[in-house]
Ligand binder design. Structure first.
Ligand SMILES: [Zn+2]
Length: 338
């Protein structure tokens, strides 16, 4: 079959790869309904993470189970499933406390930019839908696997609640999903920081009430001006750069929580600034598995449409163009037909 391999900076290829097989009794093999490219795939694509040997790309997935290992009991062939990019057993102490992304048996999903994929720890990682979903819901169901689950976690970690004032730093797909999540959690005010018209429009559609296009000191001043000089109750940091993290901390009011889900690259925090900011921080890889059942229900009930975040659809064979379009910010997120 065809699959996506990253060889080095800017060198991603769709090429012949081995068919996935059941390797352990706890595995499942699924046929993907669609796949996609993640903003985090751009870190190695840009050469910011070392790639020492060709990497099988793709960690967002949904599709139909084809085969399960002998120990799998909760999903069976023919069922439609969605899983998280973090593979988890869903039974260890961290999983039971809702932090499946720190599972004692954690693995990171790979090889999902392909027509079929092996999912380890299938019982813990996969959530089945009651029936096969209609085709038009596939993009939104695929979005729950990572990008929505991550935006949702950012809002949850930032303790967004009814009536909150929320600032979202980052207008990538995760930031936009953070806006959607904050809206669902009842935020009264959602300030989206974005300089790009198409992303601003999508943020407004997902529930943003204000757009701040400034960055740095003037961006922080704008947040303060919009919040009577106080700062936001909750800040979602969805980038992972020093500038974004600084903006998140300085845009938060004392007592605020910051949910940070951008993978930090070169971020340094000063202890005293953090001390006097009196803000709380919770972040890390999102425990998407905790939220999946709820997010899948919201999609199936057509209460949310996170699939709108895909603004480019390409066949798998053109995956390299999908990476380039996202790298050059011509596309927010690329859906791959497999
Ligand atoms: Zn676990």
């Amino acid at each position: 079959m065809l699959g996506t391999m990253l060889y080095g900076p800017k060198d991603v290829r769709c090429e012949e790869v081995p068919e996935p097989k059941i390797l352990h009794p706890t595995d499942a093999v699924i046929r993907l309904s669609a796949s996609c490219i993640c903003g985090s795939d751009l870190w190695p694509f840009r050469g910011l993470n070392d790639v020492t040997s060709p990497m099988a790309m793709g960690h967002e997935y949904c599709g139909v189970v084809e085969e399960v290992g002998s120990a799998v009991t909760t999903v069976k062939p023919g069922q439609f499933v969605v899983g998280s990019f973090c593979i988890s057993d869903n039974t260890c102490p961290h999983c039971r406390r809702g932090f499946q992304s720190s599972c004692q048996q954690r693995e990171f999903m790979t090889g999902a930019q392909a027509p079929r994929a092996r999912v380890p720890l299938a019982d813990g990682s996969l959530v089945a839908t009651p029936q096969l979903p209609p085709d038009d819901l596939i993009p939104s169901l695929l979005a729950t696997s990572d990008v929505l689950g991550t935006g949702w976690y950012a809002a949850n970690a930032a303790r967004v609640e009814a009536g909150s004032t929320v600032a979202v730093v980052g207008d990538g797909a995760v930031g936009l999903m953070g806006v959607l999540a904050a809206k669902q959690m009842g935020a009264a005010r959602i300030i989206a920081m974005s300089r790009h018209k198409t992303r601003q429009d999508l943020a407004l559609e997902f529930g943003a009430t204000d757009i701040v296009s400034e960055r740095g000191d003037s961006g922080i001043e704008r947040i303060k001006a919009l919040t009577d000089g106080i700062g936001a109750d909750s800040v979602l940091e969805c980038v992972g750069t020093q500038e974004a993290m600084t903006q998140a901390i300085r845009g938060a009011r004392p007592g605020a929580m910051i949910g940070y889900v951008g993978v930090p690259h070169g971020v340094q925090l000063d202890g005293q600034s953090l001390f006097f900011s009196q803000t709380g921080m919770l972040g890390g890889p999102a425990p998407v598995r905790r939220f999946l059942p709820h997010l899948i229900d919201l999609v199936l009930e057509r209460k949310i449409e996170p699939g709108k975040v895909f603004d480019l659809t390409l066949p798998l064979a053109d995956v390299a163009e999908g990476y380039r379009a996202m790298d050059e910010r011509r596309a927010i997120k690329t859906l791959l037909r497999v």
